[in-house]
Design a protein around this ligand. Structure first.
Ligand code: AMP
Ligand code: GLY
Length: 416
């Protein structure tokens, strides 16, 4: 099989690398990918994610069997709709189904209609009404831009001032552009977070092992929210009962709810959850693999990822087997991220005990250099989270990381 992956980050690197381990896969192309992927034998395609016409021509020319979409933006731009209209196989939700990620209000409606546990909320387009509601509810309270904001459109306000400031930034200062014209104001949920992802084909749900992301920039969950600074899997402090209940009451109800809403979902469904005293509740749905969760979940997949996708696309039951090993991944970010950050640093090398997934890197006259906020992720597996964590930090400590920073506590919550 020849497959094409859409996207260019660490998540896509992990997906592409896993696909290449399949005995049935001869070629993995990635559009656009990044130069850090080349060493792994992934073939880069210089066509933009939103250039559906050229991507479709490329797939036809090369005889690619199917395409897998990494990020949310192409999904919301209707890449699945366009490929399917051209008679091509592609794995991911169409534009209508991707709205489960594209609009927080749409997602909330699916949850409310299908009895899926989530935080109470109210949506606003009127700035004054939003302020009045926030004043009535008081802090702590959560303010979310309705549309996409690269994981940064959420303020968990511990004080009323913070909440009102966030509303002003989103609704009157347009910090997130149109994404903030509508805001969702949500009840604050206390508890530990985890990510539960599944392969979904219409009403059928095939869950993956759970993981935990670290969204704040600095140790002990301090600093601004980011796209994710590291992750690990499994998450032993979340019980099997909580996970099993979440599969039933959250993922399966969502898949069924999307069918009943005439927006059937096929692809990767990602539930961002908080384990509250009364069970897991949803804080967000995404319509794709998580980044950096993928970089610690896929290394634990024993079965053949390309076969799973192929089975789902062709109407067969996929076979999912997971390893008992623990995986830890730590993001190496450019100093300054998630605000203005340094660029152009050389890429450090790491010992051979770890796997490196590249994200924000570019080619500068034949040299791979840092070009994005999250530059790469260093991942390792071991029998325990402690051992996997030790491998990752040993590799990072032994590397030349001037101009970069990374969190020192990824996985710490799992180690008592
Ligand atoms: P999101 O982009 O929706 O994942 O939100 C970013 C982060 O804000 C999450 O990872 C949580 O840490 C936090 N968060 C979001 N919603 C809530 C909520 N209702 N209660 C508490 N924390 C939340
Ligand atoms: N790691 C969070 C996300 O992918 O949305």
């Amino acid at each position: 099989m020849k497959v094409l992956i859409i996207g260019s980050g660490g998540r896509e690197h992990a997906i592409a690398k896993k696909m290449l381990t399949s005995p049935q896969v001869t070629d993995v192309f990635c559009a656009k990918g990044n130069p850090g992927m080349k060493n792994d034998g992934i073939q880069l395609v210089d066509i933009a994610e939103d250039n559906h016409i050229d991507l479709i021509s490329f797939v036809k020319e090369k005889g690619i069997d199917w395409t897998f979409v990494g990020p949310e933006i192409p999904l919301l731009n209707g890449i699945v709709d366009d490929f399917e209209a051209a008679g091509l196989k592609i794995f991911g939700p169409n534009k209508a189904a991707a709205m489960i990620e594209g609009s927080k209000e749409f997602a909330k409606k699916i949850m409310v209609d299908n009895d899926i546990p989530t935080a109470d909320y109210e949506a606003f387009t009127d700035y004054q009404k939003a302020c009045d509601y926030v004043k009535e509810k008081g802090a702590p309270i959560v303010i979310k831009a309705d549309g996409l904001a690269a994981g940064k459109g959420v303020t968990v306000a511990m004080t009323l001032e913070e909440a009102l400031h966030a509303l002003k930034e989103m609704m009157t200062d347009h910090r997130f552009g149109e994404s903030g014209d509508k805001v969702v104001v949500e009840e604050f949920l206390a508890g530990e977070e985890f990510s539960l992802l599944a392969f979904v084909k219409n009403e059928k749900v095939y869950p993956m092992v759970i993981s935990q992301d670290h969204k704040r920039a600095y140790d002990k969950d301090q600093g601004p929210n980011t796209g994710g600074m590291g992750a690990y899997s499994p998450v032993p402090q979340i019980s099997t009962e909580i996970v099993d209940a979440a599969v039933e009451n959250i993922l399966k109800r969502a898949a069924k709810g999307m069918m009943n809403n005439d927006t059937p979902f096929t692809g990767i469904l990602y539930a961002g959850l908080i384990a509250t005293d009364s069970g897991a509740k949803v804080i967000e749905f995404n319509a794709r693999f998580g980044d950096p969760e993928t970089q610690v979940v896929l290394p634990r997949l024993v079965s053949d990822l390309a076969q799973i996708v192929d089975d789902l696309l062709n109407g067969y039951e996929p076979d999912l087997i997971w390893s008992e090993q623990a995986a830890v991944g730590v993001v190496l970010a450019a100093e300054g991220y998630p605000n203005d950050y340094q660029k152009g640093m050389s890429i450090p090398s790491f010992d051979d005990q770890v796997t490196v997934y590249y994200a924000g890197v570019a080619d500068d006259q034949g040299m791979t250099v840092a070009s994005g906020g999250r530059v790469l992720l260093v991942e390792a597996e071991a029998d325990t989270i402690e051992d996997a964590q030790a491998k990752v930090y040993r590799a990072l400590e032994g590397a030349a990381t001037e101009g970069y920073f990374y969190r020192k506590d990824i996985g710490a919550k799992a180690i008592k």
